[in-house]
Write a protein that binds this ligand. Sequence first.
Ligand code: SF4
Length: 194
Amino acid sequence: MMIMPQKVSEASGPNEAMVLVVAHCILNRSTRWWQKGQPIERNKGPVDKVLQFLTENKIGVIQLPCPEFAFLGNPRSPATKDDYESLPGFKEYCKRLAVDSAKQLQALVEMGRNPRITVLAIVGLERSPSCGIESSPRKVRGTVVYVKEKGLFFDALEKEIENLGLEVQMLGLDMHQPEELCRKLTELLKSNIL
Ligand code: SF4
């Protein structure tokens, strides 16, 4: 059954504004790894269902940087987390982006006194070696397998957020099943309101 994004009444209190923090390519798919032979449509525009969810629930959005595109551009070779770990400078680059992104979130939460700003969640992208949440590609005996761990950038981001004492849930988007993310966000929204 297809689960459509739902509108939750009163997504935030009278003096409260809510935002969602998302991996770059959720709003701008043009930076996604370019797969030769695939239709260009997969690299165009935002993920509509996530935008629809945000608009219907009056939730703002913060876009994180795309580490792979900024470091390598497109086209880039298909790569696992192991490949990116051994790419000179990439881990350090992810760390720098994570430090800046975490500080940006801290400022948002601390400076937003009225209206108060709440971060609903941070959304990564499943199966990405950089932005995965529950699924990242690893090379095991020459074969690519997906393991339950965060991608390099989200690993670093989680650490930086913890260092600043912030507590924000991280969720992963499966590009093939955006409804599932919207369902989880709807549940999270309800639990924030109750
Ligand atoms: S998953 Fe992350 S690294 Fe990959 S294209 Fe999206 S934002 Fe860039």
